[in-house]
Write a protein that binds this ligand. Structure first.
Ligand code: ACO
Length: 175
């Protein structure tokens, strides 16, 4: 369980050439490569350090315990979730939900309209609980040229609603 004096922090990181950011990106890479063992390390590094991608990391007492890496396509209002992971010792404690609702709030304020992902089939249950669906209603013309797909994955979407505060919503749903 999360102790009362645990310090949780979310940080958006990206490759801007600064040393501090490089260190943060490498810490995120360690989480992804540990929790997504089927993804080649070189591929994770390439995506993380690609300037079109960002990572929202969750830190507990200054340690990176999880993150979500995403690509932005502002021309169609879309964000693609590429990697998502919480370190094993910290899973199923609500951190993945906090990460996703913080991401949705951040992206909503930046004018993005929908999120898509090729969800690992073992993680579909998690994505459904975060409001994603495999029933795709977004017209293919908006996403088909952009998405990366993987074997053993399912395409999922969620539409962002600018009236919703996702952090408050996920807190209320858990009560
Ligand atoms: N399958 C089904 N349900 C799940 C899963 C799963 N793999 N993981 C969590 N849940 C459920 C939880 O039981 C919880 O249910 P509840 O609200 O009824 O209690 C709900 O989803 C939210 O769980 P959290 O505790 O907020 O999620 P967690 O912190 O464990 O993070 C995550 C979920 C990121 C999937 C984590 O378990 C993980 O890192 N798994 C290994 C890596 C992985 O599979 N990543 C996703 C790959 S797909 C991609 O990267 C695009």
């Amino acid at each position: 369980m999360e102790a009362q004096n645990d310090f949780l922090e979310f940080r958006e990181i990206y490759n801007n050439g600064e040393k501090g950011m490089m260190v943060e990106l490498l810490q995120a890479k360690n989480v992804f490569s540990r929790q997504l063992p089927k993804m080649p390390k070189e591929y994770i590094i390439r995506i993380l350090f690609d300037k079109r991608h960002e990572v929202l990391v969750i830190k507990k007492n200054c340690q990176t315990i999880g993150g979500v890496c995403y690509g932005k396509f502002p021309e169609v209002g879309m964000v693609e979730i590429v990697f998502l992971a919480i370190l094993q010792d910290h899973q199923v404690r609500g951190y993945g939900t906090k990460l996703m609702s913080t991401l949705k709030n951040n992206l909503k304020h930046r004018g993005f309209h929908f999120l898509m992902t090729c969800a690992d089939n073992l993680a579909i249950g998690y994505f459904v609980k975060q409001g994603f669906s495999s029933k795709i209603t977004v017209p293919p013309v908006l996403y088909k040229d952009y998405l990366k797909s993987y074997e053993g994955s399912t395409l999922m979407q969620t539409i962002l609603d600018e009236r919703i505060d996702y952090e408050t919503l996920s807190y209320k749903l858990r009560q």
